[in-house]
Design a protein around this ligand. Structure first.
Ligand code: F6R
Length: 635
């Protein structure tokens, strides 16, 4: 029976192909994981839990499953880890059966809790969803008029109800799905169960990945190949707007007009970890390469077609006369960039402080102080304590956070999310980059509302933002840093120098290098070097000098001359249009000239790639450096 769908040609797929295929599918949400099983053996719970665990790399904050039991489908959901879901299935005595779907959710609409976790159930439909239904508000209003009541804040539950509504109307599952495809805007991959069909999983997708897979003991759906590798290597990539009907011994595929289509069965020839890393050797490298997309996602979430949109998407910041930026580590260094931009361009006083100091220093507030917290995880204990301190004093708090519904996001008066997606490598790269991008937009907005930027300049910046993704993609391919990296990897001490924004960025460059390569490294304001640290420069010492600021780069070049005269190995990272005498540096890494509001987003890329390369050459545990944790939830 299985052989009946082998009308398609088998094909070996290389690791790299998978990654390319993913990229080619365009805008994609590498969050949330879907697994489904329709089989001949009662092994649903193992398949679903194994599958979700294999998809954990995508990041998630809640999990759930719907499994066929004697009385129909039973849903179990939990906040937190897949292991907790596994435990709950056991506690609730949900027996393994022949049919089930499961999901890990990364919150986008509504906090991570059991209500918002998938599967959702409405009428006769149970489903899991990856993606975002952009027109869910309109659909929800329509459905509420029809009497539907919603238990969650999610777009996914609306999609579930809408599918039920269409199924009631048409009494035809495929027709209901086809109509839903026509009605839904945005991105989706769905695994669907109908109460009156205990043999099939239904699936459909647009812009979010979904595969169907062929096994000896049944068939599967999944967000990605690793989820089913334990059970099968043969899979089918579902195309755009395609639907699938999957039973234990058959997979049928349809286009959006319900025409049955043939498909190719591909054979995965890869190692699970490789695929999870999208073909990259480490998560850190993968995450650096995601930066062009996540930076643009973050900017576009706030800045629409014109600068006035920032007024609508950000809280009203017009009345604050001083800003305290409070954060830890790289997030604090992102704050240093914001300080430099906001003070010099919008002329508002900004103090930046590490949260562990701020929380105990009895900060001086005024009526017009805003406390701005920055955190990827939203759970960093010191940052959270600093936020609580400001709140207790009645001071307005504004959090920039990556994880939806995290403690810092929940407690702050205002919150703006970065859209970096889940970050797995302990050392932050893409989350930092999106923090800088969002903070730069805030600085741009403040500069505008305080009247310090001309219409012509605004137009020029908006034009540059339109091109930013391409600029960043270009940076990813650039290999200028490679020779410098080889040299630095042989030394035990490195110095970073810069002025203004370059100094702020050099602190992050230095942290990145030391935390993953274990090379001692320090960042100095270039003009400060001769007040002490220059005594450490000896023959060969690598000095990474950042010089991207038109007003300041000549000053930095003078400081470079000072270290060069003492034998330093100078790596100059400067704008491509600056003319610098070849005698003053040993290696040059040129970066594109962009507006000052965007310059650090561009310049950080060679710094991250350089650190990565050096750590790799030194054989370090790049994704999990010693002694470090991703989320520091203790003081
Ligand atoms: C460095 C790094 C840390 C974090 C810091 C704050 O690569 O990742 O310095 O930036 O621990 O963490 P969040 O942003 O989660 O508050």
């Amino acid at each position: 029976m299985l052989k009946s769908y082998f009308n398609a040609k088998k094909e070996k797929v290389l690791k790299q192909d998978i990654f390319l295929m993913r990229k080619k599918r365009g805008k994609e949400y590498l969050m949330c994981g879907i697994v489904g099983y329709a089989g001949s053996k009662s092994i649903s719970n193992d398949v679903l839990i194994d599958g979700l665990k294999a998809l954990e790399y995508r990041g998630y904050d809640s999990a759930g499953a719907a499994v066929l039991q004697q009385n129909g489908f039973l849903c179990v959901k939990t906040k937190g880890k897949v292991s907790r879901l596994e435990e709950k299935l056991r506690q609730k005595k949900i027996a393994s059966s022949t049919l089930g779907i499961a999901h890990t959710r990364w919150a986008t609409h509504g906090v991570p809790d059991e209500h918002n976790a998938h599967p959702h159930h409405q009428g006769k439909v149970t489903l899991v969803h990856n993606g975002i239904i952009e027109n869910y508000h309109e659909l929800k209003k329509e459905l509420q008029k029809e009497g539907y009541v919603f238990a969650s804040e999610t777009d996914s539950e609306v999609a579930c109800a809408y599918l039920d509504f269409l199924y009631r109307k048409t009494q035809d599952k495929l027709e209901a799905m086809a109509q839903a495809i026509r009605s839904f805007r945005g991105s989706f991959a769905f695994g669907i169960l109908f109460d009156d069909d205990q043999e099939h999983i239904y699936a459909m997708r647009r812009n979010s990945p979904l595969i169907a897979a062929v096994g000896e003991e049944g068939n599967f759906i999944a967000s990605d190949v690793p989820a089913i590798l334990k059970y099968s290597r043969r899979y089918i990539l579902m195309g755009q707007d395609e639907m699938a009907v999957i039973s234990k011994d058959c997979i049928h595929m349809y286009d959006k007009d319900k025409q049955e289509i043939t498909y190719e069965i591909k054979t995965a020839d890869m190692d699970i970890m490789d695929i999870q890393k999208g073909g990259y050797e480490h998560f850190m490298l993968k995450e650096i390469h995601e930066e062009p997309k996540v930076v643009m996602d973050t900017i576009r979430a706030y800045l629409k077609d014109d600068i006035h949109s920032l007024q609508e998407t950000l809280p009203d910041l017009s009345a604050y006369e001083e800003i305290h930026i409070v954060a830890c580590g790289s997030a604090m260094y992102a704050g240093m960039i914001a300080k430099s931009l906001i003070e010099s361009k919008a002329r508002i006083r900004v103090d930046v402080e590490v949260a562990s100091e701020y929380r105990y220093k009895d900060p001086i507030f005024s009526q017009h102080t805003l406390v701005l917290l920055i955190s990827q995880s939203g759970e960093t204990a010191d940052t959270l304590a600093a936020l609580q301190l400001a709140k207790e004093q009645g001071i307005d708090t504004f959090a920039i956070v990556n994880v939806v519904g995290s403690s810092i996001a929940r407690e702050a008066k205002y919150v703006a999310y970065t859209l970096a997606g889940p970050e797995i490598a302990v050392a932050t790269t893409k989350a930092y980059c999106t923090q800088v991008a969002l903070l730069s937009m805030i600085a741009f907005h403040l500069t505008h509302i305080h009247g310090y930027v001309s219409i012509e300049r605004i137009r020029e910046i908006l034009r540059e933002i339109d091109q930013l993704e391409e600029t960043l993609e270009g940076m990813m391919k650039d290999r200028q840093y490679v020779e410098a990296g080889k040299m630095i990897s042989r030394y035990g001490n490195v110095f970073f120098i810069g002025r203004g924004l370059d100094y702020a960025l050099s602190m992050e460059g230095s942290l990145k290098l030391k935390e993953i390569s274990y090379i001692h490294s320090e960042a100095y304001a270039a003009g400060e070097l001769k007040h002490g640290t220059i005594s450490l420069i000896e023959k060969g010492t690598p000095v990474i000098a950042l010089a991207t600021d038109e007003q300041l780069y000549e000053k930095t070049i003078s400081n470079i001359k000072e270290v060069k005269a003492r034998g330093a190995n100078v790596i100059l990272i400067c704008r491509e249009d600056f003319q610098v005498d070849r005698d003053f540096y040993d290696y040059r890494i040129s970066v594109p000239k962009v507006d000052v509001f965007l310059q650090t987003i561009v310049t950080v890329i060679p710094l991250q790639l350089l650190s990565y390369q050096i750590a790799n050459l030194r054989g370090c545990e790049i994704d999990q450096p010693r002694n470090l944790a991703k989320s520091v939830t203790v003081e």
